[in-house]
Write a protein that binds this ligand. Structure first.
Ligand code: NAP
Ligand code: F7E
Length: 348
């Protein structure tokens, strides 16, 4: 069966792994993606290695700009037959939770209304038939969790402008599925990371920071809340799960998670072990420090600027539904992920 894919958020962590996955499958005639104009030339560095492939097509666009979305869909419609399946992976988002407190309106425009714009563009272009949409929602919907672990049936309680925007995104996708019989799946994905993770998300900040301490270009790591807990997987496993969702006979919503959660301080300890440093914790609150057990050198300090106005204390997913229906399971454990990221950051 001939397919065309269209990825929003193609320059991001997940977009880049997903592009590689789809390009490896010959049934995808084209993989389209939108990129935003940037003043920096390396803003597409995660996908630069793919751009010479003639099946990989990038267009300028923005999910806050309906015309740009409609233009791409119109272009795609000229390349497909009635039987070609169009898969849209809607990944574009202002995805940083803490930053969403500083730019709440913009986060709502991109993460909430952006999803509506994608759904409406498909509908007004008359492309509902043979189009399948993956919508990137998040474990941040559970926020201040009301039960643990969280499943597809756990009530939502978002704790940030990001989480609230994604709540709209989740419900508008569900609404369009019910109202217009659109094939739309919500992926409720727990944290996932990789060497391609943005540098201001926790595990990447830790591995990058430690690699700089290792090279002598930084003296310490400055962090926020060390006691929140996250269920953390590898982005490669998770983009495969996105793809599986769109290969089902009927659209549905799925949690993807590993079923294990770790405190941030334990991630710090694990990562430091890669450069043979054992961290011990001394003091408390904002005065707590992480010290090299052998030398007594302070390597981790706390700064209140990294604390959020409202925190999500713990997230732990139960992905039994994805395991049963999609036959999805994660391959990478936390130690594999930290090793890959530490090796990558120390080398580069
Ligand atoms: P990411 O690395 O931050 O990538 C976000 C992507 O969205 C980038 O390509 C970015 O483009 C693009 N984007 C942002 N605003 C846009 C706009 N207005 N128009 C078009 N594109 C825009 O995020 P990720 O980790 O790959 O996550 C992918 C999706 O999954 C996001 O929706 C995120 O919220 C969601 N999610 C992520 C996780 C996780 O742990 N990674 C978990 C659950 C859900 P630029 O490169 O130009 O900035
Ligand atoms: O924070 C704590 C922070 O920013 C994780 C996004 O992909 O996953 C991600 O959201 C935890 C929080 O990710 C620092 O307070 C401590 O408790 O890496 P993060 P996140 O907020 O979990 C979800 C599922 C998404 O959907 C999002 O798009 O770590 N923390 N110290 C810190 N966090 C950061 N960023 N920086 C610190 O210095």
């Amino acid at each position: 069966m001939e397919k065309i894919a269209f990825i929003t958020g193609i320059t991001g962590q997940d977009g880049s792994y997903l592009s590689e996955l789809l390009l490896s499958k010959q049934e995808y005639k084209y993989i389209f993606g939108i990129i935003r104009r940037s003043s920096k030339f390396d803003s597409s560095s995660r996908i630069d290695h793919l751009t010479s492939n003639p099946r990989f097509i990038l267009k300028y666009g923005d999910v806050t700009d309906s015309y740009s979305i409609i233009n791409i869909l119109k272009h795609i419609s000229t390349l497909k037959t009635d039987d070609t399946v169009l898969e849209i992976y809607h990944l574009a988002a202002q995805s940083h939770v803490q930053i969403s407190f500083e730019i709440p309106e913009y986060t709502g425009q991109v993460d909430a209304v952006g999803t509506l714009k994608i759904l409406e563009a498909v509908r007004i272009c008359g492309m509902i038939k043979n189009t399948r949409i993956y919508n990137a929602t998040t474990s941040e919907l559970y926020g201040k969790v009301v039960e643990s672990p969280q499943t597809e049936n756990t009530p939502f309680y978002p704790r940030s402008p990001y989480g609230v925007a994604k709540l709209y995104s989740y419900w508008i996708a569900k609404n369009y599925r019910e109202a217009y019989d659109m094939f739309v799946c919500n992926g409720i994905l727990f944290n996932h990371t990789s060497p391609r993770r943005g540098e201001n998300f926790i595990l990447r900040k830790i591995t990058l920071g430690i690699s700089k301490i290792y090279k002598g270009t930084e003296t310490k790591l400055v962090l926020g809340n060390l006691d929140s807990q996250r269920d953390l997987g590898h982005a490669k496993d998770y983009v495969y799960g996105m793809w599986l969702m769109l290969q089902q006979d009927a659209p549905d919503d799925f949690v993807l998670s590993t079923g294990k959660m770790y405190k941030i301080r334990h991630l710090v300890e694990k990562a430091f072990k890669h450069i043979n440093i054992d961290i011990v914790w001394e003091g408390s609150g904002l005065d707590e420090v992480g010290v090299d057990k052998k030398t007594g050198r302070v390597l981790v300090t706390i700064d209140k600027k990294y604390f959020r106005p409202a925190e999500v204390d713990e997230l732990l997913g139960d992905c039994t539904k994805a395991k049963t229906i999609l036959k999805w399971h994660h391959h990478y454990e936390i130690d594999d992920i930290i090793k890959e990221m530490m090796d990558f950051d120390c080398k580069n």
